[in-house]
Design a protein around this ligand. Structure first.
Ligand SMILES: NC(=O)c1ccc[n+]([C@@H]2O[C@H](COP(=O)([O-])OP(=O)(O)OC[C@H]3O[C@@H](n4cnc5c(N)ncnc54)[C@H](O)[C@@H]3O)[C@@H](O)[C@H]2O)c1
Length: 320
């Protein structure tokens, strides 16, 4: 187990703090007594995700595009800087390609510069997409990946790989205390129903009684992680002295067809499952090797797929 390092008396900057995963990280940091400043341009996130913190005197939400630089009025020194801003769904790869490249490059530099200036711990939200369509299974952090550098997914994959390189350069050259987490497919409340990722799409379709659209044959796999597990992993990495990259996710690997069937059953839906065209470079198999997370962070995912999916279905039902 990693001892808690950040809590009462610490100031934390979270880029993308009004997004799905980052808003849960914000909640957890505030729950520990940290003062949190979230900077977000709401391109894929929403103030609604943190509206329940609006009256919390320790929370500030600032609207700004971190690719353009950080606002001057963010207050005093930060003890930790978490760079979590980036559109992240395949739909975003097609609609926001340049924004994704900018936030992974310019945005990363702006946040790294602030961490350098403040002598803050810096954590970057990277992704399993850094492994591309992996030729090694499961994926350990030592695997360098199989990424098409000019394909439709490259704007995201390469932006995150560039971002990792920038983080490591600031660590080696400037001595910034950095950490990289490689996040595997995470889901839960506050995802956008129409964001294009499989779980919110399947749940929305199942709840409306529409056909559930699985890409390709549905034999491609993902290992799905409930957001509460990921947040524990991210905070453990933040508290630790580890630099990573460290995988975070679960070993609940299943095919997209199984996932669709499970969601239809758990929603009590009568939806049929249909198969549609599959996007190019879509990874065939994905499962994290969690050895490093276990041994270095004491991380162990606790939420099973049925429990997590039911909680997410309930959220979508009540927010329809
Ligand atoms: N959810 C996952 O399965 C997953 C997997 C791997 C990596 N990640 C990473 O975790 C982070 C959060 O992802 P998410 O799934 O919560 O997505 P999300 O889209 O809900 O959150 C991203 C947030 O960043 C904000 N943002 C984007 N560009 C910005 C900019 N230029 N300036 C300020 N704010 C900006 C968005 O408005 C949004 O609130 C991302 O960095 C993503 O790449 C997520």
């Amino acid at each position: 187990m990693v001892e808690q390092r950040f809590g009462e008396g610490h100031r934390v900057l979270v880029s993308g703090g009004a997004g799905f995963v980052p808003s849960h990280v914000v909640d957890a940091l505030l729950g520990r007594g940290c003062e949190v400043v979230a900077v977000d341009n709401f391109v894929t996130g929403s103030p609604a995700n943190v509206a329940h913190q609006a009256d919390n005197p320790k929370f500030t939400l600032v609207k700004a595009d971190v690719s353009e630089g950080l606002p001057a009025d963010l207050g005093g020194r930060f003890d930790a800087v978490l760079h979590m801003a980036s559109p992240a769904s395949p739909t975003d790869f097609a609609l926001l390609p340049v924004e994704i490249l900018k936030v992974g490059s310019y945005g990363t530099f702006h946040l790294l510069d602030r961490a350098l200036q403040d002598r803050a711990r810096f954590l970057m939200a990277s992704t399993s997409e850094a492994y591309g369509d992996p030729l090694v299974h499961p994926q350990p952090e030592t695997y360098w990946g199989n990424v098409n550098p000019i394909g439709v997914r490259s704007v995201y994959d390469e932006a995150k790989r560039f971002s990792e390189a920038a983080v490591m350069a600031y660590r080696r050259f400037h001595g910034v205390d950095t950490a990289i987490v490689r996040i595997f497919n995470t889901y839960g409340p506050r995802m956008r129903p129409n964001d294009g990722r499989a779980i919110p799409t399947f749940i929305s379709q199942a709840l409306r009684g529409e056909p559930v659209t699985v890409h390709g044959s549905g034999r491609q796999t993902r290992s799905i992680c409930f957001v509460d597990d990921l947040v524990r992993g991210i905070l453990a990495l933040l508290d630790s002295g580890e630099s990573g990259p460290i995988n975070c996710g679960t070993e609940h690997e299943m095919t997209m067809r199984e996932l669709a069937e499970r969601i239809v059953a758990l929603s009590g839906s009568q939806s049929e499952i249909i198969f549609t065209e599959r996007g190019s470079d879509d990874p065939e198999r994905r499962r994290p090797d969690l050895t490093q997370a276990r041994t270095k962070l004491g991380y162990e995912p606790a939420v099973g797929p049925d429990e997590g999916l039911l909680a997410t279905i309930e959220y979508f039902r009540s927010h329809a």
